[in-house]
Design a protein around this ligand. Sequence first.
Ligand SMILES: *Cc1c(COP(=O)(O)O)cnc(C)c1O
Length: 407
Amino acid sequence: MNLSRRSFFQLALLSGLAPRLWGSSPAVAKRRVRVLSRKRRTVDPWIEISKDALRHNTQQVSRLAGGRPILAVVKNNAYGLGLENASSILAKFPEIGGFAAVKASSCLKLREKGISKPVLLMGLTPNEHGIELIRHDIQLSAYTPDTVERLTPLARKAGKPASVHFYLDTGMGRMGMPYRKALPWMKTVASSPLISVEGTFMAFTEDQEFDLEQLERFKDLLGKAQSDRVPTGRIHAASSNGLYHLPEAHFDMVRPGIALFGAYPSRPDEERGKAALIPAFSLKTSVVRVARLEKGDSVSYGRNYIAEKPTWVATLSIGHGDGYARKAVDGAEVLIGDKLYPVIGAVSASHTLVEVGDNKTVDVGNTATLIGPEHPAIHPNNFADTVGVSVYDVLMHMNPDLDRVVI
Ligand SMILES: *Cc1c(COP(=O)(O)O)cnc(C)c1O
């Protein structure tokens, strides 16, 4: 038998879910019971997505941005949270003015999911998807010298003008039209009858000093465009880092990703002081083996860990194939019940081991939380700093195939 309804409610009480369940209509509560109990039948890792945390982070971002609209970046499967789940939740918040992604397929998925807010494709418009993108009102990034030649036939076939944002390279050297060449090109693109300019944007290198130089280049170009009466649409530049540290770059809207999902972009202690975020996801799995080691016994590949005295160890059904960093062995801890246990040995493709200690305080079937808001030690930024990986990797490497459960 699966998790019974009674035991679910016991679990809900323990996990603090109960007040929300009592507060919702019986039908909604029932649906949640079914979703959670179905997901929890398996011992495989899963990811819980918190609507409340997404709402909280959105409000914090909006406050930092002085109420400007938020263009929510949902690239890479919405930073690992799951494109469709995360975007459908965000789309309901009035602070979210639209979405941006780097792949055409992600933009189209948002429309398939019924999201009607503006969507910006920040990557190259693939010819084979061009007509479909224009038909679905996806705003395209213009940055190639042949923008008019590329987009005009597509717009003609789609039966309506292509909406574009000028993507300007002010020193990032990755995407965008180099700022030195941009002005005459912007004039040409803007005068094309089948192209409608909806925005202009750039990306910062996030080098504290050079960001200011990039900002000057951008403002200079915008000023020239304005005096030449070239339309620029809505202007945007700030990702999460700019949102926190460069208020002069907030322009008409802000364009954060990671902050919406509850992780700090660059200087967590300072950023927490300006606007505290809540990780909007928890990476969880189950304990699948508990064993006692004698002195001298080792665990996992490479015999990285050898017991100095008898101890209990637990095996968790999650590994680097699921997106948990191999480097977790360099000091990460895992929350089981209300205790933290250090990761030992090696993170293999599907398994991770933790040291339990002298007493057998962990059982097969227990839930282990690896990353999430439940404890400061497993906060994504703390995990990233402890083991020496990028916090962006911590989120974006979560395997897209894992179950996502919205709570
Ligand atoms: C990823 C990305 C963002 C969002 O960055 P965060 O640091 O996650 O806020 C904004 N703009 C561009 C062009 C991006 O590629």
